[in-house]
Ligand binder design. Structure first.
Ligand SMILES: Nc1ncnc2c1ncn2[C@@H]1O[C@H](COP(=O)(O)OP(=O)(O)OP(=O)(O)O)[C@@H](O)[C@H]1O
Length: 244
């Protein structure tokens, strides 16, 4: 992927070859500016690559997007401030053509329940905490039952405690449906906790330095952090990230 720069083109991603297994949770880590968000935007057909292509279940990303199989969650929840939590989750269903208001509401309520926001349906975004707003964004992303959820630093703005709560909620959601997740983060511990595999990117131009399988993903016991496997994996990832 190249972008036009000041008089010359800037190569942002080079030689990217990546396979994301269906139903896996895969994270992408790398230094700031190495092209993580650009990679996500290409995969989800928000921008077209200068060269190369993306195939998802044999489909182009354009076709996949047309069938509304992607879900997105960004760092900022990006909710409509003048709509309630319920209305924010309902909106994609309305846009998709679900005519029955009662069916839309029922579905939106169900999704807000899934992210543990029962009782907050009529709250406006300004009346919710950052973690709650992010939960509404996740419920909204799940509203049209995506198969492939793309998350760009979704918990970056949250405090540690809320972040951990969100991790467990996300894992429960991921386990309860057939969902493939591609998750961009700056946090190695977050990537190690959530993922089956971690894609480590190198900067300028952005390349894939390694794809590291996680030895013991999603172990809730905090004692895991004291284990030899965990320490070895953190060290391996740190080394890969800092290699020149
Ligand atoms: N539309 C664009 N036009 C020109 N350059 C762009 C454009 N989008 C991204 N870039 C450049 O591509 C590079 C990669 O940006 P990208 O946002 O993908 O990195 P990132 O790894 O997600 O960064 P961060 O971790 O800081 O969010 C940056 O140098 C950025 O300036």
């Amino acid at each position: 992927m190249s972008f036009p720069g000041n008089g010359r083109q800037v190569d942002v991603l080079e030689d990217i070859s990546l396979t994301i297994p269906r139903d896996q949770f895969v994270s992408v880590v790398g230094r700031s500016g190495c092209g993580k968000s650009t990679l996500l935007r290409i995969i989800s057909n928000l921008i077209a690559p200068s060269r190369g292509n993306v195939r998802i279940n044999g489909m182009s990303s354009e076709d996949y997007q047309r069938r509304r199989k992607f879900g997105f969650v960004f760092q900022e929840a990006c909710l409509f401030p003048w709509k309630t939590a319920l209305q924010n989750v309902e909106l994609p269903l309305e846009i998709m053509g679900m005519k029955s208001t009662s069916k839309r509401r029922e579905r939106a309520r169900e999704l807000l329940g899934l992210v543990r926001l029962d009782g907050f349906e009529d709250h406006y975004p300004a009346q919710l905490s950052g973690g709650m707003r992010q939960r509404v964004a996740i419920a909204r992303a799940l509203s049209y039952e995506p198969e492939f959820l793309l998350m760009d630093e979704p918990f970056g703005a949250l405090d540690d405690f809320t972040r951990r709560e969100m991790h467990d909620e996300l894992i429960n959601i991921w386990k309860s449906r057939s969902l493939t997740v591609l998750f961009v983060t700056h946090s190695l511990s977050e990537a190690l906790y959530l993922s089956d595999q971690i894609v480590v990117m190198a900067p300028r131009p952005g390349r894939i330095r390694a794809v590291v399988p996680v030895i013991e993903p999603r172990v809730a016991d905090p004692a895991i952090r004291a284990s030899a496997n965990y320490a070895r994996q953190i060290q391996q990832l740190e080394t890969l990230l800092h290699e020149q």
